[in-house]
Design a binder for this molecule. Structure first.
Ligand SMILES: [Zn+2]
Length: 71
């Protein structure tokens, strides 16, 4: 009769299997290879700046990072 309060937070699980985690250009659908830059929005949210080599279009993606430890 023990009440265990355990909260499992699942933040934006990566639904993509390995090998397809890179974004594609919304303009020409070309695959992005590497982010131009990255910046932390909060402690566990990071944004990446992508620039398409094919058409030059730039866009930003946001990613939720997993917490490594509970402080
Ligand atoms: Zn493009």
């Amino acid at each position: 009769m023990s009440a265990v309060a355990e909260v499992l937070s699942t933040v934006a699980p990566d639904s993509n299997p390995r090998g397809s985690g890179l974004p594609t250009c919304p303009v020409c659908a070309d695959s992005m290879v590497a982010a131009e830059a990255s910046a932390y929005l909060t402690d566990n949210v990071i944004s990446y700046l992508w620039t398409c080599d094919t058409c030059g279009y730039g866009f930003v993606t946001k990613h939720a990072l997993k917490r490594f430890a509970c402080n």
